[in-house]
Design a protein around this ligand. Structure first.
Ligand SMILES: *Cc1c(COP(=O)(O)O)cnc(C)c1O
Length: 381
C-alpha cells in the first residue's frame, strides 16, 4: 500500500459488533473477563484500550514498524524509552535538541546516573569521537528546532550498528509523511503526535514505533508499570487527525516553499533557514532522506534585535503567536525569548540562534494570504 492510502487504512478494519468505520471511543477502565485467565485481549485500560490499539496499528503502519506504543505526550514517550537504560549507560544526543528533551535528559535522567553527551550530530566525526565503552544509544532529531539543521540518519545508523549501539529518531518535525527512519536503519522512531500527526492543535500525545522486540517489550512494560498512556478520546482525535496527514503535508510543504523563497530576497531579511535551499548545508541529505522539505521556516531580520522580532510578531494576524507546530493553522514564535529563553544569550548566539530569529510553522491556509500577512508585519519593522 502507498503512503497516501496507509494514512486512511493502515491497521484499520471496521469495528466488529457494529461495522463502524471509525473505531468507537471505548470509554472504559476495565473489561469483563470470561474466566480469570480468559479475556478478549484486554483486561485493564492502563495496559490496553481498543481505540488506542487502532491508533498504534496506524502509526506502526505509517512507519513500517511491527509495533507501536502510544503515550500521553511526546515527553512521556521519551521518558519510557530512556527508562530502558541503567546508571552508567551513556547516550549521545544532538546539541540542538527540542528543549523539553534536553530538560528530561539532564534534569530527570542525569541525576539517576545515566550519562549524556550533547554534540553537533551533523558531523559524523563528532559523534564518533563521543562514543565510549558505555555508549548505548544515539538520540537523533532531524530537522532540528529551530535552526533546521539536517542530520544524516543513514550515516549515523551505520556507525551505530558497527558499534552495537541503538538509534532512536525523534521524527516529530518531519512526520512519517516526509521521513521514515526505520527504513534508514533506525531501531525506533518517536513522535510527539501533538504536532503533525494530530495536526489540529487539539490534542497532546506521543508514540514510539519499532520492530525491535526487546525495545517493544521494554515499552510495553513501561506502559503497564508507569502508565503514561493516552485516553481513548485523545487516541481517537489523533487517529482522526492522521487521516488527513498526507494532504495536509502536501499543502504545508508547498506553502513553506513559497514563503521561504519570498523571504530569501526580502530587503528586511538577513538570513533564511530552510532545508529546501540548495545552499543549505544539509540540502543534499534532506533530499536523500526526506520526501519534501517540511513546513518549518526560520529567518532573522536585518535589524537583528529582540525588539524588532517582537514588533514583527505582534503585527501578523494569520500567523498566531504561539509555541508548538504542525497544526493546520500557521504559527509564529520567537525562540530566543520563548522556547529557548533559558539558554544563556552567548551560548544561544554561538549556536546560530540570533536575537531576531523568527520561527514559522506554516499551516494549510492560502499561501498568498500568508505572504500578505507577513508583508504587513514587515511594514512595522
Ligand atoms: C513537542 C515536541 C516534543 C515533546 O512532545 P509533547 O507532546 O509536547 O510532550 C518532543 N520532540 C519534539 C521535536 C517536539 O517538537
Amino acid at each position: 500500500m502507498k503512503f497516501n492510502s496507509k494514512v486512511i487504512h493502515a491497521g484499520q478494519a471496521p469495528e466488529e459488533t457494529s461495522g463502524a468505520v471509525m473505531p468507537p471511543i471505548f470509554q472504559t477502565s476495565t473489561y469483563a473477563q470470561e474466566a480469570p485467565d480468559v479475556n478478549k485481549g484486554y483486561d485493564y485500560a492502563r495496559v490496553g484500550n481498543p481505540t488506542r490499539t487502532a491508533l498504534e496499528k496506524m502509526i506502526a503502519g505509517l512507519e513500517g514498524a511491527d509495533n507501536c506504543a502510544c503515550f500521553a505526550s511526546g515527553c512521556a514517550a521519551m521518558d519510557a524509552i530512556i527508562k530502558m537504560f541503567r546508571p552508567g549507560d551513556h547516550i549521545i544526543a544532538s546539541n540542538d535538541l527540542y528543549g523539553g528533551t534536553y530538560r528530561l535528559f539532564t534534569q530527570v535522567f542525569e541525576p539517576f546516573g545515566i550519562r549524556f553527551t550533547f554534540t553537533d550530530m551533523t558531523s559524523i566525526e563528532n559523534v564518533r569521537d563521543a562514543i565510549n565503552e558505555e555508549t548505548k544509544l544515539f538520540w537523533i532529531e532531524t530537522p532540528t528546532n529551530p535552526l533546521l539543521n539536517i542530520v544524516d540518519i543513514k550515516a549515523l545508523t551505520d556507525l551505530a550498528k558497527a558499534k552495537k549501539i541503538l538509534t532512536v529518531v525523534d521524527n516529530t518535525f518531519a512526520s512519517s509523511y516526509l521521513q521514515r527512519p526505520l527504513e534508514l536503519g533506525a531501531d525506533a522512531v518517536m513522535h510527539s503526535t501533538t504536532k503533525y500527526l494530530g495536526g489540529h492543535s487539539d490534542v497532546i500525545g506521543g508514540a514510539v514505533a519499532t520492530s525491535n522486540k526487546e525495545i517493544m517489550d521494554n515499552l510495553l512494560f513501561q506502559v503497564k508499570t508507569t502508565g503514561g498512556v493516552p485516553g481513548p478520546m485523545d487516541s481517537y482525535l489523533t487517529l482522526r487527525g492522521i487521516k488527513t496527514l498526507a494532504v495536509r503535508m502536501e499543502r504545508t510543504c508547498e506553502n513553506a516553499r513559497k514563503i521561504a523563497h519570498h523571504l530569501k530576497n526580502h530587503p528586511k531579511v538577513k538570513n533564511v533557514r530552510y532545508p529546501g535551499f540548495e545552499d543549505h548545508p544539509g540540502h543534499e541529505i534532506a533530499k536523500k532522506q526526506m520526501k519534501d522539505f517540511g513546513g518549518m521556516v526560520s529567518f532573522t531580520l536585518k535589524t537583528d534585535d529582540i525588539e524588532s522580532a517582537h514588533t514583527f510578531m505582534k503585527n501578523t494576524k494569520l500567523f498566531t503567536l504561539a509555541e508548538s507546530l504542525g497544526g493546520v493553522e500557521s504559527l509564529i514564535s520567537h525562540p530566543a525569548t520563548m522556547t529557548h529563553g533559558s539558554i544563556p544569550a552567548e551560548v544561544r548566539r554561538k549556536a546560530g540562534l540570533n536575537d531576531s530569529l523568527i520561527r514559522l510553522s506554516v499551516g494549510i491556509e492560502d499561501g498568498d494570504d500568508l505572504i500578505e500577512d507577513l508583508e504587513k508585519a514587515f511594514k512595522s519593522v
